[in-house]
Write a protein that binds this ligand. Structure first.
Ligand code: COA
Ligand code: AMP
Length: 632
């Protein structure tokens, strides 16, 4: 039996023993009473009765244990020309002081704090400061518009919002404060206070009585100690797209999360304490939570915060410069970043300009990785390139090649084998297990391992309905795919309305809600079409109300602006096509799947249930005009 097989088998046969062993690597204030509490299935609880503090595990224990002067965080910001390193001691000083500042604003255990920040070290400091107090942070990605921020503020009801005067996107400086002010005007819930980091590029106007300057507040605060929390207390809420405009508040615990992220650092990513990991993502996404902030520091290694892009800051050699300058052995990013680099530097010439002799592995996730991109990276980097499958809900990789355990062979197009703790299965349309090679719903047999989400914030019932109802005893991922006869998993697409744009998870349902709110729109549909660079892009089809006689171009401009205004630039919604009607079944269901196939030039059969087949020609013509459906 291979090392991987042995560990995976053991993790499923004896999850309690397996994860208790992994939990011994974490410092506990009080040991757990029960490794796995299944009394409220499908809501499982890991390390029930145990007490710890995640910030203590990320900072204090390393300072006390001899790593005080070792680097904990590297901040590399080509957009501001800054490179800064923070030791564990320096991080502890910043975090304990900022925790004191939050405490003075009334934040205590169980309170929520929304963090709406660009990629600056203070974002990480704020997250850890919340963890130190036992408060629950909710980081909102900077590319979301005020309306989306307001939705999250209303759901999380934070006592405090932490933000900054601006973000920097390539060469553009984006003031954040007006977005925050607009969001708080829209929100029903009003936080008691805001803390604003004034960046030198833009000075934000502070609202007297509500807003506080980060530096002044931190300077006046005294450092505070870690507050012990239950292993099962929430560490954070991270909102992600679901099947409606209402985002899902994924709740992560303290105990299971610390155990799982720590375990993966070595066993999956091969990172030793003292080494550096770079997750080229954003702190607003799951990858940023697990592998910029928490995983590396809990493990006694350094995280990397990169405020830049794979291309254009200044060129497609940016990643290699960072890897070489900071001697980073492992990079984790989304395939889209590599497609962007490949497009600008197809022969990998910039790669050869840097010393990457210490670089040992590349991990890709967040969207389907096309074999061309993976092979291009393998050829030019000459290190293992691992595609691994993730969700915000799972918090860490469901499947991949755990290089720290065994270098299994790569199969192109597959996200390889299930990680320890994950019992991945495929169910057919009848709810029964599919034969190997047959596509169906990808599900996980419960319980999921530590680190998987606990529930949706304030919405247990929605959580049951969304994930556990359809296939009792399983967690339904929403992804479709198959498992081959060697146990390799192939993730093929989504079964719901989630699309993946540049590694960012978005809901077409949410975009439809925005388009439908336009005064001229009678009905609409948004689908994700394949895009060479971003993986998928949203395309909207819109039917106007009868009697609307305005110029179509004007309406299209308004629709695009509306999605940007309500959801944000991250939606990358740039194409709205006005058509006379939508293809539907006789019972009125919009045939999004057929439209999708036409857009992607995939063979399709005209559905037998279609109301009016002639409309498909109009859809195809509209798509061709927009540059899609070339071969249809
Ligand atoms: N704050 C404000 N705006 C943001 C933002 C942020 N944090 N992040 C992105 N945006 C904006 C972009 O500026 C862009 O705006 P525009 O329409 O005015 O040009 C828009 O949102 C779309 O962003 P994106 O889809 O990321 O496109 P891009 O052209 O800026 O960059 C990539 C494309 C591939 C370089 C970039 O998406 C990338 O590096 N992705 C890989 C890493 C990653 O993010 N992974 C996520 C999960 S691992
Ligand atoms: P997010 O919650 O933003 O991490 O997005 C999760 C979704 O991204 C998954 O449900 C998949 O649809 C997709 N995804 C993530 N990683 C992969 C991968 N390696 N291959 C295919 N799809 C992926």
């Amino acid at each position: 039996m291979s090392a991987y097989d042995d560990i995976h088998r053991r993790s499923l046969a004896d999850p309690v023993g397996f994860w208790a062993e992994a939990a011994a690597e974490i410092d506990w204030f009080k040991p757990w009473d029960k490794v796995l509490d299944d009394s409220r299935a499908p809501f499982f609880r890991w390390f029930a009765g145990g007490e710890l503090n995640t910030c203590y595990n990320a900072l204090d224990r390393h300072v006390a244990g001899g790593r005080a002067d070792q680097v904990a965080l590297i901040y590399d910001s080509p957009v501001t020309g800054t490179v800064q390193t923070f030791t564990f001691r320096e991080m502890l000083d910043l975090v304990s002081r900022f925790a004191g500042a939050l405490g003075r604003l009334g934040v205590s255990k169980g309170d929520r704090v929304v963090i709406y920040m660009p990629m600056v070290p203070q974002a990480v400091v704020a997250m850890l400061a919340c963890a130190r107090l036992g408060a629950i942070h909710s980081v909102v990605f900077g590319g979301f518009a005020p309306h989306e921020l307001a939705t999250r503020v209303n759901d999380a009801t934070p006592k405090v919002v932490v933000s900054a005067s601006c973000g920097i996107e390539g060469a553009r400086v984006l003031p954040y404060k007006p977005l925050l002010d607009a969001a708080l005007d829209l929100a029903i819930h009003k936080p008691a206070a805001c803390v604003i980091l004034q960046r030198p590029q833009v000075a934000a106007t502070l609202v007297p009585g509500r807003d506080h300057d980060w530096d002044e507040l931190a300077a006046a605060a005294s450092p505070v100690d870690c507050v012990p929390v239950a292993a099962t207390d929430p560490l954070y809420i991270l909102y992600t797209s679901g099947t409606t405009g209402q985002p899902k508040g994924i709740v992560r615990d303290n105990g299971g999360h610390a155990v799982a992220t720590n375990w993966t650092m070595q066993h999956f990513y091969t990172i030793e304490p003292g080494e550096t990991m770079w997750a080229a993502s954003d702190v607003g996404w799951q990858v940023g939570h697990s592998y910029i902030t928490y995983g590396p520091m809990i493990h006694g290694s350094a995280g990397t915060l990169y405020e830049g892009k794979p291309v254009g800051t200044p060129d497609a050699g940016a990643f290699w410069r960072v890897i070489s300058q900071h001697r980073i052995p492992v990079l984790f990013t989304a395939p889209t970043a590599f497609r962007a680099i490949k497009r600008e530097d197809p022969d990998g010439e910039l790669i050869r300009q840097y010393d990457l002799s210490h670089f040992r592995a590349l991990f890709l996730a967040g969207e389907r990785c096309d074999p061309d991109t993976l092979q291009w990276a393998e050829t030019h980097l000459k290190v293992p390139v691992i595609d691994h499958w993730w969700q915000t809900e799972t918090g860490w990789a469901i499947a991949g090649i755990p290089l720290g355990i065994e270098r299994l062979p790569v199969k192109y197009g597959s996200t390889s084998k299930p990680m320890p703790g994950w019992n991945v299965q495929v169910l057919g349309a009848d709810g029964h297990p599919a034969a190997s090679g047959d596509e169906g719903a990808l599900v996980m047999k419960l319980p999921m391992p530590p680190g998987a989400f606990m529930t949706l914030w304030n919405a247990d019932q929605r959580c049951r309905d969304a994930y556990y109802e359809e296939n009792p005893g399983f967690y339904t991922t929403g992804d479709s795919g198959f498992i081959d006869d060697e146990g390799y998993i192939f993730v093929m697409g989504r079964l719901d309305d989630v699309i993946n744009v540049a590694g960012h998870r978005l809901s077409t349902g949410a975009m439809e809600e925005v388009l439908a709110s336009h005064q001229s729109v009678a009905e609409c549909a948004v689908i994700g079409v394949s895009d060479q660079m971003k993986g998928q892009l949203p395309v909207g089809f819109v039917v106007l109300k009868s009697g609307v006689s305005r110029q179509h171009e004007e309406i299209v401009k308004e629709l695009i602006a509306l999605v940007r205004e309500r959801i944000g630039p991250v939606a990358a919604f740039k194409t709205a096509l006005i058509v006379s009607r939508l293809p539907k079944t006789r019972s009125g269901k919009i045939l999004r799947g057929t439209m999708h196939k036409i857009a992607d030039s995939v063979e399709y059969n005209v559905p037998a249930t279609i109301d009016d087949p002639a409309i498909l020609d109009e859809i195809e013509a509209a798509l061709k005009t927009a540059g899609y459906a070339a071969k249809a």
